[in-house]
Write a protein that binds this ligand. Structure first.
Ligand code: NAG
Ligand code: NAG
Ligand code: NAG
Ligand code: NAG
Length: 458
């Protein structure tokens, strides 16, 4: 994932019309119709199915990971609403971007790829397996096998040398961020390990889920209050001791829902405590007094970048799934989805030059503003609103399938490729490579490590 400084999308505003989504929250049909309008506005940003374009890519300024996240959200859109309008483009994109090695490291993206970027596509593939989404044709790896490929590559990248474990943020030494270990990369690893365990029952996935969670706690990326903190550097003998305490919705959610999968299948009290601990931390940190979700590290200051503007949608979906898998959390999580969805729907009342959906229905970013359109528009804004709106339908939705409950996706426990095959002769790194990968992350690392985000977790 890359981080651009400043506010993400530069949108010329044409003024806002007062036509927010009018939703009757007691009617499933009304909620579905609102979700479908927001989904339509989101997919209008997608250019990957235009003639001559590449399936799976979003145009600038959206990085590759966000497209993976979007297709994951579209699969859940189908699960929650039954509307299969976008299944075809999703299927095409998910197969195309799997790449030649069938591991979500397509050649065009490999050089600037971080573990988290790959992870968002892997999580979308896992969602496809758990949703019994249309299977790839015979002769092509199934969604399960694609996820297993990424899992196996993560295992090969586990680094015990520094900080006694963990994945680095970046995969390649030449990308800045290689010296940083973070919760989102390890969260992607943990998330797919837990879900692979629930889906397949193979003990090795449970062992890794335990190991990753334990490591996160050892280095205090997850503290005693279950605050999930951003990460830490390990160069210059730092050894992950200077933890950057920035709190992001998606970091909390990715561990919470993974822990819920572990609990659901093991019924182990340890996983129950971890899940409820993470849920408690989430509900007290990322919601205002009216129960409206917000991105605490940057939203109040209006400084969330393009990536960060897409995080709340993930937390919304992961809260809904957690409520399914650990029913005890249902009572605390689902009312907050309701209150946030109402505020989000009120935000979907903008007009912006880069929004190609119906006029007056661009979704803003900050739901705290309720009916006052906050003048942001983009894929993240649409995806957040979409996810939280359909997540209110969770009680009617099927919980994720497993291989025992009818999940039909084909696996391959040995899938994956070796990283050293990907960039065989480390050719000279050009300025263009660095611009694509390193420089932007340096800015952000300088910002993060320099305390740009002052939110801490104590
Ligand atoms: C791309 O997909 C969208 C959404 O399904 C559809 O409206 C559009 O017509 C498609 N474009 C092409 C060129 O197929
Ligand atoms: C990589 O880029 C080329 C050139 O734009 C394109 O034809 C190809 O489909 C892309 N591959 C993937 C997996 O995106
Ligand atoms: C580095 O951190 C890990 C994890 O906290 C710890 O186990 C290890 O002892 C530390 N190593 C050094 C040299 O401080
Ligand atoms: C696991 O999830 C299912 C599906 O939502 C739920 O019915 C079941 O009660 C959960 N199991 C436990 C032990 O909570």
């Amino acid at each position: 994932m890359r981080f651009l400084a400043g506010v993400a999308s530069v949108t010329a505003l044409l003024g806002s019309a007062a036509s927010a989504l009018d939703v009757d929250w007691s009617s499933d049909d009304s909620v579905k119709s609102a979700a479908s309008q927001v989904a339509y506005g989101m997919v209008k940003y997608y250019t990957g199915n235009n003639t001559g374009d590449v399936a799976g890519n979003l145009p600038d300024p959206y990085y590759w990971w966000e497209a993976g996240a979007m297709f994951g959200a579209l699969i859940d859109y189908w699960v929650y609403t039954g509307d299969d309008t976008y299944n075809k483009i999703t299927y095409q994109a998910m197969l195309h971007q799997a790449g030649d090695d069938h591991d979500y490291m397509p050649e065009n993206q490999t050089r600037s790829l971080g573990n988290d970027d790959q992870g968002f596509w892997a999580m979308a593939a896992m969602t496809a397996a758990e949703a019994n989404f249309e299977n790839p044709p015979d002769g092509k790896p199934g969604w399960l096998a694609l996820t297993q490929a990424v899992f196996n590559e993560y295992v090969s990248r586990w680094d015990s040398k520094d900080c006694a474990g963990g994945l680095r943020w970046q995969i390649w030494t030449f990308n800045n961020g290689y010296n940083y270990k973070n919760s989102i990369s390890n969260g992607c690893f943990f998330n797919i390990a837990a879900r692979l365990y629930r889906f397949t029952g193979d003990q090795k996935y449970a062992d890794w889920a335990e190991k990753i969670f334990k490591w996160q706690q050892d280095v205090k990326f997850i503290d005693d209050d279950y605050a999930v903190r951003d990460g830490a550097g390990y160069a210059n003998g730092e050894n992950c001791s200077e933890v950057n305490g920035a709190l992001f919705t998606y970091n909390a959610g990715i561990f919470m829902v993974g822990a819920a999968h572990m609990y659901n299948i093991t019924e182990d009290g340890v996983w129950k405590d971890r899940t409820t601990g993470l849920a408690k931390f989430t509900t007290k940190t990322f919601f205002n007094e009216k129960g409206i979700m917000y991105e605490i590290a940057c939203e109040p200051q209006g400084s969330c970048n393009t990536d960060q503007q897409a995080f709340k949608g993930h937390l919304s979906r992961w809260m809904a799934t957690t409520a399914q898998l650990l029913p005890e959390t249902h009572e605390s999580l689902t009312p907050l989805l309701q209150s946030s969805a109402k505020a989000a729907a009120q935000q979907c009342a903008g007009t912006s030059s880069d929004f190609k959906g119906p006029a007056g229905q661009a979704c803003g970013f900050s739901w705290l503003k309720e009916s006052e359109y906050d003048k942001n528009a983009g894929v993240g804004e649409q995806m957040n609103a979409l996810s939280v709106i359909y997540s209110t339908l969770v009680d009617k939705a099927k919980p994720p399938f497993t291989s025992k409950t009818g999940g039909s996706s084909k696996g391959d426990p040995d899938a994956g490729a070796k990283d050293d095959k990907k960039i065989e002769k480390p050719r000279e790194i050009t300025a263009a490579d660095r611009a694509g990968a390193g420089i932007l992350t340096t800015l952000v690392l300088a910002g993060l490590l320099g305390g740009m985000f002052l939110v801490t977790s104590d």
